[in-house]
Design a protein around this ligand. Structure first.
Ligand SMILES: Nc1ncnc2c1ncn2[C@@H]1O[C@H](COP(=O)(O)OP(=O)(O)O)[C@@H](O)[C@H]1O
Ligand SMILES: CC(=O)OP(=O)(O)O
Ligand SMILES: [Mg+2]
Length: 385
């Protein structure tokens, strides 16, 4: 009798680490560690969604890499995992699909750390920890950039000297595992249509896709471009960066810290919070300004991405803010009413899945993303094919 292999998954994001065990499409258990670097807290669920004791966070992890190392023994307790899949945010120009981890691959990925300073080190740390503990256990790296390698050259280029693109300075795009999962969860009729997916979490981006293929996306060479995020600026006039260095005497490290860690919702709100929950609950006008800025930026991105598709049939909201923040969705869609988007307010308050009226020309949906399931699918396909 053959048994379905058990696959462990580690998904280190910028503000959280999610981990899970899958047997085929069955999610046996999952855990999320949030508040890393501040007040870390863990929650865990069994296959039925019931709370189970999470791993002890002792010592308290200061980075997602440290949290992932604590999660590993918990994932493996009494369970012989046959492979582990990891989200690796940046795969660079040469990795268009998931790959088995080898020392050569790890050396190549280490060179990409400066392009994803909030993610790549934390993605690679657990891979190294597991390789040291159990060198025979197959590990699979699943790249957030891979899904976007299909984008047409026009949507990958920056308007800089062409030779620089050949040297790798181009739009890579991120959140690809999330977009790929959402594609698999779209209703069949919409899947063939012109769809913009808004992945709005602590990191946020949007992607124009059609028939399972990424056409254009808001994030760029790094996960700093595009929409404003929890603490990242999103798109900003590059002249500001030059000014900060040349006229204000800031070092490159100081500018990096400013744009990655002190900007976005946190910066716009005057330091109130990077968390959309806090901003929506706050009566402070600076929090309201940050929320307004975010909603308008998302709506502008959706309209701009619709151009790359030649029109728009569907909008999907996903990730922490997209799945849970009804007021944000309502405001974004309000800005897009002129495109023929008619919000169903009651359905939106109930978190969908469909949040537009039957008459709406464009359908809007709320679909929970599942990057871990996508990683498990890729890992099983690659490790046991
Ligand atoms: N109920 C909610 N209302 C508004 N925002 C929420 C809610 N739940 C979660 N969020 C937002 O989602 C973000 C986390 O999203 P998630 O996709 O889990 O992040 P990550 O980028 O770490 O994977 C939080 O920073 C928070 O702002
Ligand atoms: C790429 C990225 O920004 O990821 P996250 O949303 O997990 O921070
Ligand atoms: Mg995420």
């Amino acid at each position: 009798m053959t048994t379905t292999p058990l696959i462990g998954v580690i998904n280190a994001g910028s503000s959280s680490v999610k981990a899970a065990v899958f047997a085929g499409e069955d999610r046996l258990l999952s855990c999320v560690v949030e508040g890393i670097g501040q007040r870390p807290a863990a929650r865990a669920k069994d296959a039925g969604g019931n709370a189970i004791p999470p791993p002890a966070l002792d010592p308290a992890p200061a980075t997602p890499g440290e949290a992932a190392a604590l999660l590993l023994p918990w994932l493996r307790a009494g369970r012989p995992l046959q492979a582990i899949g990891h989200r690796v945010v940046h795969g660079g120009a040469h990795h268009a699909r998931p790959e088995r981890v080898t020392p050569a691959l790890l050396a190549e990925l280490a060179a990409l750390v400066p392009l994803a300073p909030l993610h790549e080190p934390h993605n690679l740390a657990p891979i190294h920890a597991i390789a040291a503990l159990d060198p025979a256990l197959p590990q699979i790296a699943c790249f957030d950039t891979a899904f976007h390698r299909s984008m047409p050259p026009l949507n990958q280029a920056f308007a800089i000297p062409a030779a620089m693109e050949a040297d790798g300075i181009r739009r890579y795009g991120f959140h690809g595992l999330s977009y790929e999962y959402i594609d698999s969860a779209l209703p069949a009729g919409l899947r063939a249509g012109r769809v913009v997916v808004a992945h709005l979490g602590n990191g946020a981006s949007a992607c124009a896709m059609r028939a399972g293929v990424s056409v254009a996306t808001t994030m760029g060479f790094t996960a700093l471009d595009g929409l404003p995020m929890g603490t990242r600026s999103g798109a900003i006039d590059p002249g500001v960066v030059l000014h900060l260095i040349q006229a204000r005497g800031m070092s490159a490290d100081q500018v990096q810290d400013l744009l990655y860690k002190r900007s976005g919702l946190l910066g716009l709100s005057g330091g109130i919070s990077s968390d959309m929950r806090d901003l929506l609950a706050s009566g402070d006008p600076r929090a309201g300004f940050a929320v307004d800025f975010f909603c308008l930026a998302v709506a502008r991105a959706i309209a701009s991405l619709a151009v790359t598709l030649g029109g728009l049939d569907g909008i999907v909201f996903t990730a922490g803010i997209g799945e849970h923040a009804a007021p944000v969705r309502a405001r974004v869609l309000g800005h897009l009413a002129w495109l023929g988007v008619a919000l169903d307010a009651a359905a939106n308050d109930a978190h969908g899945p469909r949040i537009t009226t039957a008459e709406s020309r464009v359908v809007a949906l709320v679909l929970p993303t599942d990057e871990e399931r996508m990683i498990a699918r890729h890992t099983a396909a690659l490790a046991f094919s």
